[in-house]
Design a protein around this ligand. Structure first.
Ligand SMILES: [Zn+2]
Length: 120
C-alpha cells in the first residue's frame, strides 16, 4: 500500500484537524458514535455503536454529511496525502485562526480602548 495512505490512516485525527482548518468553522467534522444505523455518503453501512465522521451542516441535522472511517481516510488521502501544498495551506489557515482566537482572548482581558487609560 502507498506509504502516504498509511500515513493518513496512522495520523487520522491530525488530518481531520487539517480538514477542519479549511472547513467553515461553524460546520466542523466531528467523530460521534452512531446512535442508530447510518449510511455513509459513499454507500457503506455505518453500524450502530461504531464511530463515524459527521459534518454538522443543518440545524435539524438531516443534511449532515456522514462518512465511515474508511471513506474519511480515502478522502483525506486524496486531499492531503497527495498534495503537500494543500497541507501547508491548511496549516497556515489553522495558525491564522489560532492567532485570531489568541488576540480575541487578549482583547477580552485587556480591551483595546482601555489601553493607555489605566492611569485614570
Ligand atoms: Zn464509507
Amino acid at each position: 500500500m502507498d506509504s502516504r495512505y498509511e500515513d493518513v490512516e496512522q495520523h487520522l485525527n491530525a488530518h481531520v484537524a487539517l480538514l477542519n482548518a479549511i472547513s467553515w468553522e461553524y460546520a466542523p467534522w466531528s467523530e460521534p458514535k452512531a446512535q442508530k444505523q447510518h449510511q455513509c455518503e459513499f454507500g457503506c453501512l455505518i453500524e450502530r455503536g461504531s464511530k463515524y465522521f459527521r459534518k454538522l451542516w443543518s440545524p435539524d441535522r438531516r443534511e449532515d454529511v456522514k462518512l465511515c472511517r474508511a471513506c474519511m481516510v480515502k478522502m483525506l488521502f486524496a486531499i492531503f496525502g497527495t498534495d503537500q501544498e494543500t497541507t501547508k495551506r491548511a496549516l497556515a489557515i489553522d495558525k491564522e485562526r489560532w492567532d485570531t482566537a489568541v488576540r480575541a482572548i487578549r482583547d477580552l482581558r485587556d480591551p483595546p480602548e482601555s489601553k493607555g487609560t489605566a492611569a485614570n
